[in-house]
Design a protein around this ligand. Structure first.
Ligand code: HEM
Length: 437
């Protein structure tokens, strides 16, 4: 693969092309046209990501619809996919590491990083899907050819089990905040949908782009890492862009109103990014990272649908139409918690009820068919990022699990926690380099 040739210099036109709305428009750098440039190396990936950065702006808060085909920069101090404006679709995968060889795991992380750099820039993996040796399987499976980058982000995390004794020599490097989550009251966790040594969160505005990305990583990992479980999400249930319309969850309520905005750097520093002072010594590799809690929360949709509107609104402490807190008229009005029922979801989850505990929510709705009894297997795939799980998700969830009236309509059926390392700085860096240094 050539590192750089005259074809890999990203043409000026393509800087704007990142912002072109129409798929296949003359200047749009679709995966197909990119492939046509032939032999495009990582230099192109990085350059394309750079131009997209210009189009979107790092941590951009407002994404006009016309930009949804664009690329989100892969490189940076923090991983993309956390403060990034939430994309429409999700494919989340947890992996078990099968190899016992530390060097092989390191090589896998390097290979994944190089593939992620390319895919997030709208490029196929390796030498691509077509045009290679007819005798060999192509490097890329091809289903994203012709599709735009679609704001694909790939975010990796390391589960507690990766740090276990006698595995990869990482036991001394497990950050204290990467705790095993306790079993909360009401949890009905399926081990086959829980845990994992590694996770990759793929978010994109095109579901095929997200699924393609996870599939390529799984292929690259063959023999070294096996997918343990995965989850598709079809509609964001939280946004990090407050000026946009707040999405609704499967219960029909606006979700994500009081979330951390992707542009609120002060709140991100306070509640989401791990600071250097949090992780002195052997855990210093986590500075600039974050902790992710993933919960598959099934909703008893049929019961919910038979619940009167007033009761539904009392359960959340917000009205259904506007999303305004009880006693207020506008969605963004400050909630007055005492006006809500004592066990309303918002009242219990609010930072004022949890010593200031605050999380960045980034979940998605899911519907995985029916359960054999004619009920929808649907709900919320809850994703929350935070600086310290012990001071954020755990206290909030303890409170919710104990008293939330919403519990009558939901059940937590899957659970995982991951240490999400800082961003990949440049093309020589790779996911987890500081951890394995
Ligand atoms: C299926 C399960 C859940 C549903 C349907 C749900 C729905 C909602 C809705 C509609 C809101 C109000 C709008 C907003 O500010 O976003 C809200 C707020 C919130 N939820 Fe949930 N939620 C669920 C689970 C959870 C869990 C497991 C947690 C954390 C452990 C959580 C934490 C929060 C927080 C922190 C707020 C904002 C409270 C505030 O600051 O006013 N939620 N949720």
């Amino acid at each position: 693969m050539s590192e750089q040739n005259e074809e890999t210099a990203v043409p000026e036109a393509d800087t704007q092309a990142q912002a072109q709305p129409a798929r296949g428009a003359a200047a749009a750098p679709s995966r197909r046209t990119v492939l046509g440039w032939g032999g495009a190396g990582l230099a192109l990936g990085a350059a394309a990501a750079g131009t997209a950065a210009a189009a979107l702006g790092g941590g951009s808060d407002h994404v006009p619809a016309a930009l949804t085909g664009a690329a989100v920069p892969f490189h940076g101090p923090n991983q993309a996919g956390i403060a990034t404006p939430v994309q429409d679709r999700l494919h989340f995968a947890a992996f078990d590491v099968k190899t016992k060889d530390r060097a092989e795991l390191v090589q896998l992380l390097k290979d994944w990083t190089r593939a992620a750099e390319r895919m997030t820039a709208g490029l196929p993996v390796g030498e691509g899907a077509v045009g290679g040796l007819p005798e060999a399987p192509p490097d890329d499976t091809g289903e994203a050819l012709g599709l735009k980058p679609s704001r694909l982000t790939l975010t990796i995390g390391f589960g507690p089990s990766l740090f276990a004794k006698d595995r990869f020599g990482l036991e001394g490097r497990r950050p204290e905040a990467l705790v095993d989550l306790e079993l909360f009251p009401g949890d009905n966790l399926d081990p086959a949908r829980s845990g994992g040594d590694l996770c990759v969160q793929a978010c994109a505005d095109d579901p095929q782009v997200a699924v393609h990305a996870i599939r390529q990583l799984a292929r690259i990992g063959f023999g070294k890492a096996a997918m343990r479980w995965s989850q598709l999400g079809f509609g964001k249930t939280s946004s990090t862009t407050p000026e946009e319309q707040t999405p609704r969850n499967m219960m029909g309520f606006k979700d994500g109103t009081r979330n951390i905005a992707g542009t609120d750097t002060a709140a991100l520093d306070e509640h989401v990014w791990v600071a250097g002072k949090d992780v002195a010594g052997p855990s210093a590799w986590m500075a600039g990272g974050s902790y992710l809690v993933a919960r598959r929360i099934r909703m008893n949709i049929e019961t919910w649908d038979r619940t009167p509107l007033q009761e539904q609104e009392d359960i959340f402490g917000r009205d259904k139409a506007e999303g305004a807190p009880v006693g207020k008229s506008k969605e963004r009005d400050e909630p007055f918690l005492k006006a809500m029922k004592p066990e309303a979801h918002v009242r219990l989850a609010h930072p004022d009820s949890n010593n200031g505990a605050t999380i960045l929510r980034r979940g998605y709705s899911f519907t995985d068919g029916t359960d054999g009894l004619g009920r929808l297997d649907a709900g919320l795939f809850f994703l929350a990022y935070q600086r310290d799980v012990r001071k954020a998700f755990i206290p909030i969830q303890r409170q919710l699990a104990k008293s939330d009236v919403l519990n009558e309509y939901i059940q937590h059926v899957g659970s995982a926690v991951f240490a999400v390392p800082p961003g990949v700085r440049d093309k020589d860096d790779w996911w987890g380099r500081a951890l394995f240094a």
